[in-house]
Design a protein around this ligand. Structure first.
Ligand SMILES: Nc1ncnc2c1ncn2[C@@H]1O[C@H](COP(=O)(O)OP(=O)(O)OP(=O)(O)O)[C@@H](O)[C@H]1O
Ligand SMILES: [Mg+2]
Length: 220
């Protein structure tokens, strides 16, 4: 079983939106998936509770229970554990990083988010974990051109030494609407630009998380 921690110490960056989307996408890809909500705000839980039909299994816990939940999920033959983390306290985020095989650092293209991600990237590196930065709520391209805020963010984030996903999430109402119904954007608006972003992001993350061999074995 592999564990993906979705982190950002900045509130409202888009952790829950991404966690819910990735957990559902993993589930729909045939992985036995658990979503651990360690944020007392319980936003991921609110979202998944609004879902009808099958989906990822929800575990509402505090960070202190993360390790034992991970062991239980391993024994329960889960393939993937996605952790939605709180912006604070920092110790809870560190606990999630410690449990993770891959950390996804969510970052809006703003000065304050970037400053915060620089610190999180340092923590991920210190703990010897793999990380990937994903831009969230980015403004859309205008006349085919990337907005300056996105270009500047990409430039600034290079200094973290951590890879930046070439696919980010733009600010789109489909993300807000789908999460309210416990759906991924791929279920909510199949074929939409938002759905394309999540499925391309999953195609990037899945091999980083599971390893190429595992992906091939599943395909075969
Ligand atoms: N790509 C997006 N496009 C439009 N709105 C978004 C997007 N991602 C998140 N949002 C909205 O931004 C707000 C914050 O998102 P979300 O709850 O996912 O962030 P968070 O990092 O989990 O916040 P918190 O730190 O409070 O846990 C929500 O209202 C959500 O619907
Ligand atoms: Mg959240």
């Amino acid at each position: 079983m592999k564990t993906l921690a979705v982190i950002s110490r900045k509130g409202g960056a888009g952790k829950t939106t991404l966690s819910v989307n990735l957990a559902i996408t993993a589930h729909l890809a045939g992985l036995r998936t658990m979503l651990a909500d360690i944020d007392p705000q319980r936003s991921a839980s609110d979202s998944l509770r609004a879902r009808t039909g099958d989906g990822p299994v929800l575990s509402e816990i505090n960070a202190g229970k993360l390790f034992s939940t991970q062991v239980q999920a391993q024994h329960g033959n889960y393939d993937a554990l996605v952790i939605d983390t709180p912006a604070a306290p920092e110790a809870d985020g560190l606990q999630a990083i410690n449990c993770a095989d891959l950390c996804v650092l969510v970052c809006r293209p703003t000065f304050l988010d970037i400053a915060s991600v620089v610190r999180s990237a340092e923590a991920v590196r210190r703990l010897g974990k793999k990380g990937l930065i994903v831009l969230s709520q980015a403004p859309s391209r205008r006349n085919g051109f990337e907005p300056p805020a996105v270009l500047k963010a990409a430039e600034a984030l290079r200094f973290t030494g951590m890879p930046l996903a070439p696919i980010g999430l733009r600010a789109r109402t489909a993300f807000q609407q789908s999460v309210a119904h416990g759906r991924s954007v791929c279920e909510w608006e199949p074929g939409s630009a938002a759905a394309e972003e999540i499925s391309r992001l999953w195609d990037l993350i899945a091999p980083m998380l599971l390893g190429q061999e595992d992906i091939k074995a599943r395909a075969g």
